[in-house]
Design a protein around this ligand. Structure first.
Ligand SMILES: C[S@@+](CC[C@H](N)C(=O)[O-])C[C@H]1O[C@@H](n2cnc3c(N)ncnc32)[C@H](O)[C@@H]1O
Length: 256
């Protein structure tokens, strides 16, 4: 599994993926609502990254275990969550065996990095980490909206933050078979009037159709499946048009 985009650029993940966007707060509130409705107390985040969900959930009072395959990303979560009682683990979500949790989550397209076979393995394995009536929540790009993505290279971020300039060019390619969304990006970071740092990166994410996910979840032994769009209405006020277009399917599954 190539984790280069995370391990090599963990220090700038928040600059481009979290800060300057309101989406993280909206996602977290949605998750909190679902967890509270289901009387969840313990949560395993299988792909915590720099802690976007894990830290918010711990702050809200949930007992959180934060896991990720990238040690570099975990280290950033650790630094950001000082004072919070989060348990940490470095590991591949396909094979985690960390106890029984009321909820297991994996957010922001993390599962898109897995092959279909790996996702199936992850879904089956997640059951071992779930208590009776446990909840599994994850999100993934909706393959049905991928053809709507622009095909040209465009600027999807341009911000001045503190003494930093942050610019990102993105180009999508959804022409490959099997629902693979290929993304090429150029990140420009400049502190003050210092030298511009340029990072070129490329990664593939697997996208899914609702029906396909439902079938896979059924095969993996989950039956009480709820799949909803991330909710375009929620994003309507945000200025980033990309977020409006990249609809996620959010999947919440309750073990019988
Ligand atoms: C897009 S980031 C999402 C991180 C965080 N949940 C967020 O919302 O910012 C995807 C994360 O998945 C992790 N990841 C990718 N493959 C993984 C695997 N097989 N097991 C565990 N984590 C994985 C990456 O290291 C990365 O931190």
């Amino acid at each position: 599994m190539d984790l280069g985009i995370y391990t090599e650029s963990a220090d700038i993940y928040d600059d481009f993926e979290l800060r300057g966007k309101g989406t993280s707060d909206i996602t977290n509130q949605k998750i909190i609502n679902i967890l509270e409705k289901n009387s969840v107390k313990t949560v395993l985040d299988m792909s915590c990254g720099t802690g976007a969900q894990a830290i918010a959930l711990a702050r809200h009072g949930f007992d959180v275990t934060a896991s990720d395959l990238s040690r570099e990303m975990i280290e950033i979560t650790k630094t950001k969550s000082k004072g919070l009682a989060i348990q940490f683990n470095v590991g591949d979500m396909q094979y985690l065996d960390l106890g029984k949790f009321d909820a297991v989550i994996s957010m922001f397209n993390s599962i898109g990095h897995l092959t279909k076979e790996q996702l199936f393995k992850t879904l089956v394995n997640a059951k071992n980490n779930l208590s009776k009536n446990g909840l599994l929540i994850f999100d993934i790009f909706n393959r049905d909206v991928m053809p709507l993505l622009p095909r040209h290279k465009f600027i999807d971020q341009a911000r001045e933050e503190g003494n930093q300039f942050l610019i990102r060019f993105t180009q999508f390619d959804f022409s490959r078979p099997e629902g693979i969304l290929n993304t090429k990006q150029t990140l420009l970071i400049q502190k003050g009037i210092g030298k511009t740092k340029t990072i070129n990166r490329e990664y593939d994410l697997l996208t899914y159709k609702r029906k396909e996910l439902k079938f896979m979840l059924g095969e993996a032994g989950y039956h009480n499946v709820h799949i909803s769009d991330h909710g375009l209405a929620d994003f309507a006020d945000l200025e980033n048009p990309l977020v409006n277009m990249l609809m996620h399917l959010v999947v919440a599954v309750k073990l019988d």
